[in-house]
Design a protein around this ligand. Structure first.
Ligand SMILES: CC(C)=CCNc1ncnc2c1ncn2[C@@H]1O[C@H](COP(=O)(O)O)[C@@H](O)[C@H]1O
Length: 296
């Protein structure tokens, strides 16, 4: 008779020559001095999970926030540094926490503006070969090993994005945000570029070459706002927030009305002595899925 039991390694069954000579516990406890496993993908996955847990755990209680991106190279005497400070302060005045990459330049400026205005100043740092550390104006700082996790945090905890003049890193963050909104991977949120002079070339190119060749749709350009006025930038974010809140409230009301109508129909059907099946048939095309939404 064939032995069908085999060796059980967690959820994995191993048989024949695949049955290990040692147990998992034994290998764990015996592995003194060997550290190669630290660099294996399964171990990396644990670190990735831990990083998500730390990030979510730290940021979930920050409250409404706006992510500010911009060059790491902006010096304190650069006009864009003062602009970053104004952005940080204006966001705090409007009730937002400020999230940046926690580094130098425009990030530091926005954190400084937020901190000096008495608001919450968040820095999501990234481990880089040339370690910089979080700037001194960060109140709540998380240092990430992985860019993709850090980017999730920028998006998940922000009501909008403000983008100051910057280089590759800034472009990366800007286009990530645009792609997520364009593909509806996130609820539409405003993306405001500050510095019409700096961004003019990019906007022109998007409006002409990119649009003309059909690689974006005309409405994709509506995702971007460009302004030189910090208060206007913040107002755009506030307006979009109110619009979203109104939409959510309207949706909630519509769902309540639909639920109420459905309940009334059921009561009426009961009163007339009809079964639920007949009612379902009458309202053909409507289904309630496992999240309770009614689709037509
Ligand atoms: C001087 C220098 C290069 C420091 C690097 N130190 C950094 N620390 C934290 N975030 C960074 C850093 N460099 C780039 N970033 C990320 O990329 C953006 C800036 O990149 P860039 O300077 O525009 O291309 C920032 O919004 C930030 O999120």
């Amino acid at each position: 008779m064939t032995n069908t039991s085999g060796y059980q390694r967690g959820p994995v069954t191993l048989r024949g020559r695949y049955v290990p000579q040692t147990t998992t516990d034994q290998r764990l406890l015996d592995d003194r001095g060997q550290a190669a496993w630290l660099h294996t993908d399964p171990w990396r996955i644990m670190r990735i999970q831990a990083e998500f847990v730390e990030g979510f755990g730290t940021l979930a209680e920050v409250g409404p926030a706006v992510s500010v991106f911009g060059s790491a190279r902006t010096g304190p005497d650069d006009p864009n540094y003062a602009l970053g400070e104004q952005v940080g302060a204006a966001l705090v005045k409007a009730g937002y926490a400020v999230i940046t990459g926690g580094g130098p330049g425009s990030m530091e400026a926005a954190n400084k503006g937020a901190a000096e205005a008495g608001g919450t100043s968040v820095g999501l740092g990234i481990e880089l070969p040339f370690e910089q550390g979080l700037n001194e104006y960060v109140h709540i700082g998380v240092n990430f090993r992985y860019f993709f996790i850090r980017k999730t945090m920028f998006v998940k905890y922000a009501q909008g994005f403000i983008v100051l003049p910057g280089g590759f890193g800034t472009f990366d963050e800007l286009f990530e945000a645009m792609t997520l909104v364009q593909t509806r991977k996130v609820t539409r949120f405003p993306i405001v570029l500050i510095g019409s002079d700096y961004w003019a070339g990019l906007i022109d190119w998007l409006r002409t070459t990119v649009l003309d060749r059909g690689t974006i749709s005309p409405h994709d350009l509506d995702l971007l706002h460009v302004t030189d006025d910090v208060d206007h930038a913040v107002q755009l974010i506030k307006d979009a927030g109110s619009e979203l809140a109104d939409q959510a409230a309207a949706q909630e009301r519509a769902e309540e009305v639909a639920a109420q109508e459905y309940a009334e129909d059921v009561i009426e059907a009961d009163r007339l002595g009809e079964g639920e099946g007949d009612l379902e048939g009458e309202r053909s095309g409507e289904r309630s899925d496992d999240r309770g939404t009614i689709r037509r």
